[in-house]
Design a protein around this ligand. Structure first.
Ligand code: F6P
Length: 521
């Protein structure tokens, strides 16, 4: 087997990317689960479409997609399925239907009961990574008039986070949820211990009665002392960063209503249908993935920016950072060899228009820049029409400017209006040149509702999955995170053992120095 870069389909694909125009001659908009995905300003041509087909075929895309939906063990380094699509299907696949429907019903019943008793005005959610970003993003995006409870999140092991989350709450009216797939994660358990102390200090005689848990390790939750009725389960075939669709959605159901969680699942399921059935040219996740691979591996962009032009979608940036970088930040192929094209761009970003006043200068005039995903809602949930008009205008203007650029001739014409010295004008005009031809994708949601948010998240999940297939890497493991976690455990033990002998430290001199120095404080 030739390496990816030496394979015939890759050669054809990369040549086609390079020879396709960077400025469009026709609209390329795909409608998927009510979202409109505008790929007009990404490279495209008939030749590229043909080459993309061949590359997908060479990389076994159809088989992998089939296996994803069938629950085959496509997470090959951990010998597990990655069956998050089963969690949001209206009718889950037979093999897991009973388990999925039972947990869905248990969760709904619990939410109904606490609502009926008007219990818990406050919910504090303790989880990290995939056990945090999804519910946090959903709450940040959808909280509004229909919000039912105060919902706070603490993820970080820095105690400032949990202290702030508990601040000012009535302990007697607070439910604490520990969300942890493994139920061994240091951050979440350390924060849970803080919450127990806080409940006790505030007069709650049986703090554990104020807890619920969501986990794939129910025995550990039982051992922790959480009431069986309040342990909601998911399974090892659900990856952490895809767990939002499982009982990890509990805080969404408590904070925004069970309908919101169900609608998010329905929107994601609609996107699943699209991903499974739409022809390749009209398949939004597939086309986004092809553009991403072209931008990263052929055109050499090392990162891409996510700029939602909707302040409510600020948490989409870290959510996508985890999805993209934890899934794709690796370079070992199935047979153990190393991928020989650049993969996994860095993801960064900020909502517009703040981003414009922060990093857009770089996007416009850096020597290379980065592709941008713009996200816009056609209709807002406020009545300030001028604000929304301004928001749309700014989003479209940035995108057009990145594409069009400004030539030296145009710049000179502008500059000479005020600078009459031709030599000085020529120098100044160079500072005004914008290269243009910079790729972007625009995703337009009809409005930011639970259903559309679900569809948006599933769009990115399938995009990332397809990138994994195209590069030949497993997007479902995260050995790098595990490695760092283990070292942190060892260093914590050393920090505790005051005066541990640096001579026997297995670490580099700098780490050994700081362990010794900071332990003594
Ligand atoms: O970041 C790595 C990771 O393992 C994620 O995949 C997971 O979502 C997160 O840590 C938290 O782990 P857990 O849910 O087991 O507490």
């Amino acid at each position: 087997m030739p390496s990816l870069s030496n394979s015939p389909a890759w050669k054809q694909f990369s040549q086609a990317v390079l020879s396709s125009p960077s400025k469009p001659d026709a609209l390329r908009i795909i409608t998927a689960a009510q979202l409109e995905v505008d790929l007009t300003t990404q490279r495209s041509s008939k030749e590229l479409a043909r080459a993309a087909h061949a590359l997908l075929e060479q990389q076994g895309f159809e088989q992998y997609r089939h296996d994803l939906f069938e629950g085959a063990k496509i997470n090959w380094t951990e010998n597990r399925a990655a069956w998050h699509t089963a969690l949001r299907a209206a009718t889950p696949p037979v093999a897991v239907a009973e388990a999925v429907l039972t947990e869905r019903a248990r969760l709904a019943k619990f939410v109904e009961e606490v609502n009926a008793c008007n219990q818990y005005r406050n919910v504090v959610h303790l989880g990290i990574g995939g056990s945090d970003w999804g519910p946090r993003l959903a709450f940040d995006s959808l909280a509004g008039a229909g919000t039912r409870r105060t919902l706070r999140f603490a993820s970080n092991v820095d105690a400032h986070a949990i202290t702030a989350a508990l601040e000012g709450l009535d302990a007697h009216d607070t439910l604490v949820i520990i969300s942890s797939k493994s139920f061994t994660t240091t951050e979440s358990l350390a924060n849970a211990a803080c919450a127990i102390d806080w409940l006790r200090a505030n007069g709650v005689a049986y703090p554990l009665d104020h807890f619920a848990a969501v986990t794939a390790n129910p025995q550990a939750a039982r051992n922790f002392g959480i009431n069986e009725e309040r342990i909601f389960q998911f399974w090892d075939w659900v990856g952490g960063r895809y767990s939002l669709w499982s009982s990890i959605g509990l805080p969404i159901a408590l904070g925004l209503g069970i309908e919101a969680l169900n609608e998010m699942r329905a929107g994601a399921a609609e996107m699943d249908e699209h991903f499974l059935n739409a022809p390749i040219e009209q398949n939004a996740p597939v086309q986004m993935a092809l553009s991403a691979v072209a931008n990263r591996s052929v055109l050499g962009y090392g990162s891409f920016a996510l700029c939602p032009y909707d302040a409510r979608l600020g948490s989409l940036v870290p959510w996508l950072q985890q999805l993209e970088m934890e899934s794709l930040g690796k370079a070992t192929l199935r047979d153990g060899s190393t991928l020989d094209v650049p993969s996994s761009p860095v993801v960064w970003g900020m909502p517009g228009t703040d981003g414009q006043h922060t990093f857009f200068q770089w996007l416009h005039q850096d020597g290379k820049g980065a592709p941008v995903d713009f996200i816009l809602c056609a209709v807002p949930d406020h009545r300030h029409t001028r604000h929304h008009r301004l928001l749309i205008a700014n989003c479209l203007a940035q995108r057009a400017a990145l594409l069009e650029g400004k030539s030296f001739e145009q710049s000179l014409k502008e500059v000479t209006k005020t600078e009459k010295d031709p030599e000085k004008a020529a120098v100044l005009a160079r500072h005004h040149v914008h290269p243009g031809g910079r790729p972007s994708t625009l995703i337009v949601l009809p409005r930011l509702e639970a259903r559309q948010l679900g569809a948006l998240l599933a769009l990115y999940e399938h995009k990332v999955f397809t990138e994994g297939v195209l590069w030949g890497i497993n997007p479902f493991d995260q050995w790098g995170v595990e490695f760092g976690k283990r070292l942190a455990g060892d260093i914590e033990r050393r920090l505790d053992a005051l005066g541990s002998d640096p001579a026997v430290s297995p670490y580099d001199p700098s780490t050994a120095y700081w362990v010794r120095k900071l332990a003594s404080r």
